[in-house]
Design a protein around this ligand. Structure first.
Ligand SMILES: [Zn+2]
Length: 1019
């Protein structure tokens, strides 16, 4: 649910605009710094130049570098497609139009080349445009081959002399990406004009850029979202007096979070950009954003810096950042600054792909209006105040145009490109040095390697983690013999949980025998840093001067995948017999053994969910009769293998079909001659719905993406659908209600205010790209009280409703889950952290433990979980009150010490009964007085039950930031609340988040596949 990004916050407020016109009358200084001098004797396009000046709201908001347009007889300027200059008011080009212009440019100029770099989730093309001198482009393959050797210094035996001659002969690549954030609309036109300038302008500094660099441009990164945003703008032009509908969807799945995918790499845009960046061996990745006035280079940031990047990189951030600020200030443009509040800790941002692959990451924010209207904007005092790093701050109130934004973007880029051209040799030598230093990791800071043992309890999750590393272009090796390694003992927060996890997996002492086939991620490889950063643990001190983490503070992927990743410091592992494996790494899959009975071990594989739907569905989607899927209620042994509780027995399916399905889904199946003698329950095939609100679709988008990646059939419904569907049970067995991401959950019920006119999200001639994922004639109405009642009835009738974070809070606050409340723990500080959690084995009263819930099948005794903000639950046996933390635990004023009992004087002393106690994740037993005549007593079968609780205080933090963890320790993290014949499953953690929490997915999948068996049998 974390969404602290400035882009997001500022965009939300971006449409709060003043109406009054504002005249600017400020004298213009002469401002031509040495070196950056445009040649105004070349042919100039007078009409375009006049338009550029007219669309710029004050001379200060342009620079001498971009306040004219060179003319060309042979090369078309952006007007050829736009019908006006870049940044003209009232028009935004669609992705296809942007691409069409770059192709026209490439056809007309030998200095421009266009390549396809991939396609989006919705099938739109993504491109990269190379602009350089004709000679550089003709020889780009030779250049690429040289850069490849600098990128991987092993190819030249780490020989600095050879590197030096390669550097002297090579042209660096500066990669620019635009429009990843769809409401930030300026960069496509800015990049069109920039490419034109780079292709035709004959100013000496431009010639130098052309000769010294290959400028690589992806003008639209989020191609799907761009087209939707252009639609929305067209709608606005047709309805100028109305408030705007919300841009409900940007990309297919996520909005702003498309810039948080650089770890999990689940989105095509992340993979396309990284493959392009590494394919060209680029030295810089410069990602354009538009949410801070007037230009903020946030890469320099305020810290803490990511702990795994090379210091040589952070020096380059500073050099680029401060030099750009100085040059633009000299050019007379106000409000250009660096440093700021960004922390540069998380490697989740698109630009950070460069930082993690030993090139330079950069992220400037300019000021955009979200559309192409010219408007008066009022800044907040935080935005226009002068600080030590912003000595020339933006103006408090300003008339702002899209052209202004394009001027800042282009000038910022030209200044940066000129700096890169000037410092070409240093750019390349630092690039080479960082690669070499990455290879030297085992000899210097360590570790030597990360190892993922072949006998992991969750091989499918392990394979998924290896695939993520593969997408990061990390080399992975596999041992060909058993090998014993010495383990470094973990220290510090989270070490206890790590030790417990290791012990559970059979690790003992400080040595470990790695079976043949264990995966080794060697740290003597060029991209060692990304693997190390992703697999290591993070620690964000509660005393850090940075009090507002910009994003998640912890991400350790081994923990979040519930997969063992051993950090080896001892260098012996590097001489173990091993060979490189091809990526993507595949888990063993398909059917082994013989016989008509198929056994699927329950190991928490994602594939279990789609497997259930696939085994009895023929190619056309029709059900095949006779296929039976059962889950065992105890562990068993068959075919010389151990099968944990919850493993499946599949019968009535032929081997070929089973093998094809298991292979496709990446899961192993063992055939047996006969059914093992073990108790089972049928595994249903639930009718599934995923429920979203029109307020926000992003956090839900990560859930939708996972269901789609797995190929699970489901209906995608909105809170508005639920509001008008009285009998949800007639259509669905399970409804997933992922987090909406609102601070006040009741807004999910109320929706947007019904002021003004409807806010449609529909496919129309005017808006052909809207309404394709879901549609509504009016985004404003919410779930409503009718919708809440329909959800309640659905559960009472036997359905399963899964609610998470704010949707859980909503159901609790509205009385749907008696005996559960959200813990009031204001002091707890968590910021997207990984926390230790445990599966409670039995009650503290020593009751015979409830039978294990099928939701916990496939897990060990503990799990690392993702917590956005430290939410937890408390339980009670009363529908009103009765929570343990409300009970007084002190003693009254009286005789004796603190732990003694007060004794009234002059009378006999009847001892009081011992007060009831319970673990913090349980409900307190009721006293006879509480039960007396009390309609609030929850009947035994309807008592809420904690299925997962947070770990003890001293081992609670696994990775990231945690303060006052004692208030969160041992509290309930996942609660099953029986309601009528059904259940509500409440999550205080987010089990499906940014493609990175593979470990906790089965909490949801297991619940779906046992929705009808969740209530324990009466004891
Ligand atoms: Zn942005």
């Amino acid at each position: 649910m974390r969404r602290s990004a400035a882009c997001w916050i500022l965009w939300s407020g971006a449409l709060a605009l003043a109406n009054a016109a504002f005249a600017l009358d400020v004298p213009v200084a002469t401002r031509l710094p040495s070196g950056l001098v445009p040649d105004l004797t070349q042919p100039i396009d007078a009409d375009a130049t006049e338009r550029i000046r007219r669309y710029t709201t004050a001379p200060e908001f342009n620079s001498p570098l971009t306040d004219y347009l060179p003319a060309s007889k042979s090369v078309p300027a952006p007007q050829a497609v736009l019908g006006d200059v870049a940044g003209a008011p009232g028009y935004l080009p669609y992705t296809a139009d942007v691409h069409r212009y770059f192709r026209l440019l490439a056809e007309a100029s030998p200095r421009v080349r266009v390549v396809t770099i991939g396609t989006s989730e919705e099938g739109r093309e993504r491109i990269a445009v190379a602009v350089s001198s004709e000679e550089n482009l003709v020889r780009s393959e030779e250049n690429r081959a040289r850069l490849a050797q600098l990128a991987d210094p092993r190819r030249i035996d780490l020989d600095d002399a050879r590197a030096e001659s390669l550097i002297a002969a090579s042209v660096p690549v500066y990669y620019i990406t635009g429009a990843i954030h769809s409401p930030e609309t300026g960069s496509p036109t800015a990049l069109m004009e920039l490419a034109y300038r780079l292709a035709v302008d004959e100013s000496p500094y431009i010639q130098k850029i052309r000769e010294s660099l290959i400028t690589l441009i992806t003008p639209v990164v989020e191609v799907d979202g761009r087209d939707r945003m252009v639609d929305l703008y067209r709608w606005h032009l047709a309805h100028p007096d109305s408030a705007w509908p919300r841009l409900a969807y940007w990309g297919r799945y996520v909005a702003h979070d498309n810039n948080r995918d650089a770890m999990g790499m689940t989105l095509s845009l992340t993979r396309n950009v990284l493959d392009t960046h590494l394919g060209w061996h680029a030295q810089v990745l410069h990602d354009l954003h538009e949410s801070v006035p007037f230009l903020y280079d946030n890469t320099v940031g305020a810290g803490p810096y990511n702990a795994w990047v090379d210091p040589l990189l952070t020096h380059d951030w500073q050099l680029f950042g401060w030099s750009n600020v100085a040059e633009m200030t000299k050019l007379g443009m106000p409000g250009v600054f660096t440093h700021g509040e960004f922390d540069t800790w998380s490697p989740g941002y698109l630009m950070f792909l460069a930082a993690m692959h030993h090139s330079v990451s950069r992220l400037p924010e300019t000021f955009g209006n979200g559309g192409a209207d010219t408007e008066v904007r009022e800044l907040s005092p935080e935005q226009y105040s002068r600080t030590w790093y912003r000595q020339d701050p933006p103006w408090p109130r300003v008339e702002w145009s899209q052209r202004n934004n394009n001027n800042y973007q282009q000038t910022g880029l030209l200044v940066a490109l000129a700096f890169a051209a000037e410092n070409r040799t240093q750019l390349l030598s630092n690039f080479y040095a960082r690669g070499k230093r990455a290879i030297a990791k085992p000899l210097r800071e360590g570790p030597s390697a990360w190892v993922l043992p072949a006998d992991d309890r969750r091989p499918e999750a392990q394979a998924e983690l290896l695939r993520v590393l593969g997408r990061q272009h990390v080399e992975i090796s596999r041992t060909s013999q058993p090998f014993t390694v010495r383990l470094a003992s973990a220290k510090g927060p989270g070490a206890a949980a790590a030790a417990d996890a290791a012990q559970e997996r059979g690790a003992e002492g400080d040595e470990r025998l790695l079976p043949t086939g264990s995966y080794v991620v060697r740290m003597d490889q060029p991209y060692s840093r990304v693997a190390d950063a992703l697999l290591d643990r993070q620690y964000w001190s509660p005393d850090d001067p940075q009090k507002q983490p910009y994003d998640d503070t912890g991400w350790s992927l081994g923990e979040l995948f519930d997969v063992e990743a051993l950090r080896l410091v001892d260098g012996a592992i590097l001489s173990a017999p091993m060979s490189l494996v091809a990526t993507p790494v595949a888990a063993l899959s398909g059917v082994s053994g013989t016989g008509p009975v198929f056994l699927v071990a329950q190991r928490g594989a994602d594939a279990m969910l789609p497997l259930r739907y696939a085994v009895d569905t023929a190619a056309g989607g029709d059900r095949i009769s006779g296929v039976k899927v059962e889950a065992t209620t105890a562990a068993f042994r068959s075919q010389a293998r151990d099968f944990p509780r919850g493993s499946w027995i599949v019968t009535g399916i032929d081997r070929e079909r089973m093998n094809e399905t298991a292979t496709r889904l990446g899961i192993t199946v063992v055939a047996a001659p006969e059914r093992p003698p073990v108790e089972t329950r049928p595994v249903p095939r639930p009718r599934l719905a995923l429920l979203h609100s029109w307020l926000n679709t992003q956090t839900e988008g990560w859930w939708r993406q996972r269901l789609d990646l797995l190929g699970v059939p489901y209906d995608y419904i909105s809170t508005q659908d639920v509001a008008v569907t009285a009998d949800l049970g007639a259509k669905y067995d399970v409804i997933l209600f992922p987090p909406v991401g609102v601070a006040e959950p009741q807004r999910i019920v109320t929706g947007l205010p019904m002021f003004g006119g409807p806010l449609p999200w529909m496919t129309t001639a005017e808006t052909p790209h809207l309404g394709t994922i879901d549609s509504t004639p009016d985004q404003r109405p919410g779930l409503g009280f009718a919708g809440l009642e329909h959800l309640r009835r659905f559960v009472v009738g036997g359905g399963l409703l899964v609610a998470v974070e704010d949707t859980a809070e909503l159901l609790i606050a509205n009385g749907l889950t008696p005996g559960v409340r959200v813990t009031d723990a204001d002091k707890v500080k968590v910021a997207g952290s990984i926390l230790d959690a445990r599966f409670p084995a039995q009650t503290s009263q020593g009751d015979p433990a409830l039978p294990p819930s099928p939701i916990t099948d496939g897990f060990g005794s503990r799990l690392s979980v993702y917590s956005a903000e430290g939410m937890s639950f408390e339980l009670s046996r009363l529908a009103s009150g009765g929570f343990a933390s409300d009970e007084s635990t002190g003693r009254p004023t009286g005789r004796g010490g603190k732990d003694e009992i007060d004794t009234p004087q002059g009378r006999a002393f009847p001892a009081a009964p011992a007060p009831p106690t319970a673990e913090r994740w349980e409900s307190l037993p009721l006293t006879s007085e509480q039960k007396r005549r009390n309609p609030n007593v929850i009947p035994e079968p309807l008592l809420p039950r904690a299925l997962l609780r947070f770990g003890d205080a001293k081992e609670l933090l696994v990775s990231g930031l945690l303060d006052h963890g004692g208030d969160l320790a041992r509290r309930a993290a996942v609660v099953q609340a029986p309601v009528g014949k059904g259940n509500i499953l409440l999550f205080a953690i987010n089990p499906i988040w940014r493609g990175s929490t593979i470990g906790s997915h089965p909490l949801v999948w297991n619940a779906i596949l046992a929705y009808d068996r969740l209530s324990p049998e009466p004891r």
